[in-house]
Design a protein around this ligand. Sequence first.
Ligand code: SF4
Ligand code: SF4
Length: 386
Amino acid sequence: MKNPFHIMLIPTLGCPSKCKYCWSSEEGSPIMSIETIKEVVAWLKNFRSDRVTFTFHGGEPLLAGADFYRQALPLLSDGLKELTPEFAMQTNLWRMTPEIAEVLAKYQVPIGSSIDGPEAITDSQRGDGYFAKTMRGYEIAKAAGLSVRFICTFTNKSVKFRDEIFDFFLKNGFTLKLHPALPSLRSENPKEWALEPAEYGDLLVYLLDKALEHMNEIEVMNINDLCRCVFTRRGTVCTYVDCMGNTFAIGPDGSIYPCYRFVGMPEYVMGNVYDHPSMGDLMQSEAGKLMSGFKEFVDSACKECSHIKYCRGGCPYNAMAPTPGRIEGVDPHCVAYKRIFGEINDRMNKEMFNTPMMEIGSFGPSAHRKPSKPGVMTLMRSIVSR
Ligand code: SF4
Ligand code: SF4
């Protein structure tokens, strides 16, 4: 079960890579000080009392160096014991060293990294040499016992090679997490790489079929999350819940934002950790009001949609990207969400209808009958039993 309270720590916006569809700044960008981490601890002591996950994100968080993590991790872990902090990191792994890996392993920090499929496809959209550098870091992380999962960004260009990309993840035994390339609030040509919503919907249904076909060979995280949403009738990842008030990102200077995706844009600053703001202070900021405005907008715009409980209008950042600072629609990926949620619901209903009552009730492996091909109910059983 994921913690609903999520703090993203952005030690720097700098990144040594220059992925073509990303907005990170130059490598020399300022780095968060340990003083700021101490203020994060002091601020959170009296902010919320539930379990928290800290994700180190960027830019490229490894640019902060081994010393930063050697100090930051015990400060957060011991200083906020009552929130039972868990940690994660999203990194391209280029700057992973045995020294940093050892520090992260001590706190069991799971790593999310990014490759977009085979070397040629990855390098064509992330830059020459990206794949080799990430794989080098992966070997170091693995040697230290860290768990590494890869996010695969599908762009409107790479989606044409979806078979090759899926086979690459399958053959290498990598868990697959799909990320659709999105229009950015910061890009001059926001749609250059973006995956169109209809293409994204097709891709999700394709991955659902692939995940079912190879159920015991590969885990497709998005498909698991989407099935969980439909089955439990509530969102289980940030895109499908009201993230406002549950997720915050802290930039290198201690500024607080609604999410890492807004970091570095002054108009989305909600406060600063040095001021120890209350939840009320943050939500009363202009950015806070904008986020709450999205929630109200969804209540009205999506009220007729059968998926509203476990979709919640999708991601507010995506919704605002086409109209910066204004809310004039829900997440443009609505088309894709309706498609995949509809597909999972239809399949689940058909499977339930065709399953004897005893088997539905038990929710365990059926001793009576095996469907010819695994369906979403079989996938749900396998997720629950893991
Ligand atoms: S703005 Fe979007 S990406 Fe950020 S926490 Fe909310 S749903 Fe997630
Ligand atoms: S699928 Fe579309 S209409 Fe339905 S809740 Fe999600 S964003 Fe709203």
